[in-house]
Design a protein around this ligand. Structure first.
Ligand SMILES: Cc1cc2nc3c(=O)[nH]c(=O)nc-3n(C[C@H](O)[C@H](O)[C@H](O)COP(=O)(O)O)c2cc1C
Length: 200
């Protein structure tokens, strides 16, 4: 008997990453978003890499695509407010980092003071999925949050879904449904892409 689409989606949730904050900057505009699709993309300690899928409707997508840089932050398992601030509304209409302590890192993108660890990345390649772009990032700088050494655990997607404040849940589910509707329209329209600086 075939497995229903909703059950397949629940199985695939086992493959979500920890909850991370992705920051970016373009022409003085700083932004941050939340993702649970970030993974280690290299097994070579001397060549650290990560990858992350960012939907094309997100403001962050254009900032990362245009500048070729981003900072990926693993979050502590108590940073629910930050996930709400960066992951539930778009930076197109407001400055989400205005009250979030940060500095510009070596690549010029925002590095948040409060996190478990951060990885400053230069985009090395991209893959179009139709609805999103998968960015492969070369890690050029790494640091811990203001605590200077990791403490506690990292926030996982399952942690966030299970323990977010009850009053956020309806909005979270509505945003997820809207993102799924966007992706359903575009997921089959995959274009070949060649990242700047790569030779065919
Ligand atoms: C737990 C969680 C996981 C998310 N994962 C992703 C993701 O993997 N990719 C993505 O494009 N958006 C993801 N989002 C949604 C974006 O964070 C959200 O659309 C955000 O408002 C984008 O902000 P921006 O328009 O300022 O870039 C996630 C949100 C939450 C709360």
């Amino acid at each position: 008997m075939p497995i229903a689409a909703d059950a397949v989606y629940q199985l695939l949730r086992n493959l979500t990453s920890p909850v991370v904050a992705i920051t970016s900057e373009r022409n003085g505009k700083r932004n941050g978003m939340i993702s649970d699709s970030a993974v280690r993309a290299s097994i070579v300690p001397a060549i650290p890499r990560v990858s992350v899928y960012i939907h094309k409707f997100n403001y962050s997508h254009d900032l990362v695509f245009d500048t070729g840089r981003f900072v990926l932050h693993l979050l502590r398992d108590d940073q629910f407010e930050l996930v709400h601030r960066l992951g539930f509304s778009s930076g197109r209409t407001r400055d989400k980092l205005a009250d979030v302590p940060h500095r510009l890192g070596v690549l010029g993108a925002p590095v948040l003071d409060e996190c478990y660890a951060h990885f400053e990345c230069r985009v090395a390649n991209v893959m179009d999925t139709g609805s999103s772009t998968c960015f492969l990032g070369d890690v050029v700088e790494v640091g811990h949050g203001a605590a200077h050494e990791p403490r506690g655990g990292v926030m996982t997607a399952a942690d966030f879904r299970a323990h977010m404040p009850a009053e956020w849940r309806a909005e979270y589910e509505a945003l997820l449904r809207a993102a799924q509707a966007f992706a359903a329209e575009r997921s089959r329209d995959i274009r070949p892409m060649l990242w700047r600086g790569l030779n065919p």
